[in-house]
Design a protein around this ligand. Structure first.
Ligand SMILES: Nc1ncnc2c1ncn2[C@@H]1O[C@H](COP(=O)(O)OP(=O)(O)O)[C@@H](O)[C@H]1O
Ligand SMILES: [Mg+2]
Length: 262
């Protein structure tokens, strides 16, 4: 598209859709999901995630956090509503097209790492590149970016939990997805290791321009996010509304973290 030399001149382009750079990474529109006859998990959920933004989703166990991630990932179908990734409606695509969009636009990090044991670290990280028909060379650079320089030929069994999650993060970002979905990515890690992994997750998602949606049970993990939302009664609420309750319940944890800083 060409720039108009005379900016004052009215033309039909002023109502054209916004350029790709200004589209949100993710839009959820009136998302509804019910299991069985009456287990309403998501009810008219609206949510927008800007490009490059890092949001943490918290909420009680069983409230629907994984269900929400699965709907966004296209691993499950909503009863109604729409999910748009980079402006493209996943909900309206057939299975084939949805799979292609997911491969290209999404990265995943899971609590249990899901690094494939019989592939080397470089082969694990290269998988999204190969699935997208891209050259695999960038995998080793990505491993270096997560602190595993020169480890590309190692097998996963030689790694600690924290290192395995770094491999999973490298794999999730190597193809420069628009959206990274992380379901309790530090749930299997000790607090010190978790801290290092979260700092790296935040920095690398920023460096790669991905928006991140992280489900977590940990207040310490959520503190890495730009924004914290609570899922309850089928929809997302800003964390401020819950803060007094969380502060009371987590008083012991907060006392502990204050002394550990001193
Ligand atoms: N495939 C399924 N069939 C029936 N019920 C399900 C299914 N998946 C999840 N649920 C129910 O939906 C609710 C939300 O589950 P989930 O999204 O896993 O919660 P969270 O991740 O917040 O712990 C729970 O009550 C769970 O039992
Ligand atoms: Mg879950």
């Amino acid at each position: 598209m060409h720039a108009t030399p005379d900016a004052a001149q009215p033309d039909t382009h002023t109502t054209a859709p916004p350029a790709a750079a200004s589209r949100p990474a993710l839009e959820c529109d009136a998302l509804t999901k019910t299991y069985g006859a009456n287990r309403i998990v998501l009810a008219n959920l609206h949510f927008t995630l800007a490009r490059g933004e890092f949001v943490a989703i918290m909420g009680d166990s069983g409230v629907g956090k994984s269900t929400l991630l699965n709907l966004i990932a296209g691993l499950d179908r909503a009863d109604s509503g729409d999910v748009r990734i980079d402006g493209a409606s996943v909900t309206s695509l057939d299975d084939d097209a949805a799979t292609k969009l997911r491969r290209r636009k999404l990265g995943f990090v899971f609590q249990a790492f899901h690094v494939l044991p019989h592939l080397t670290l470089a082969q694990n990280v290269a998988l999204p590149l190969l699935l997208n028909g891209l050259p695999p060379e960038h995998a080793r650079q990505m491993l270096a970016a997560v602190g595993l320089d020169g480890r590309g030929d190692d097998l996963p069994r030689q790694l600690s939990g924290g290192e395995l999650q770094r491999v999973a993060i490298a794999r999730a970002l190597v193809h420069r997805p628009s959206l990274l979905l992380a379901d309790e990515p530090t749930g299997n890690l000790d607090p010190d290791t978790a801290h290092g992994v979260l700092a790296m997750l935040r920095d690398e998602t920023r460096a790669n321009g991905a928006a991140t949606m992280m489900v977590t049970h940990s207040e310490a993990a959520a503190a890495f996010a730009d924004r914290v939302l609570i899922l309850s009664e089928g929809t997302l609420h800003p964390a401020e509304r819950m803060r007094s309750r969380l502060t009371t319940e987590d008083a012991g944890v907060q006392r502990h973290s204050r002394t550990s800083h001193g």
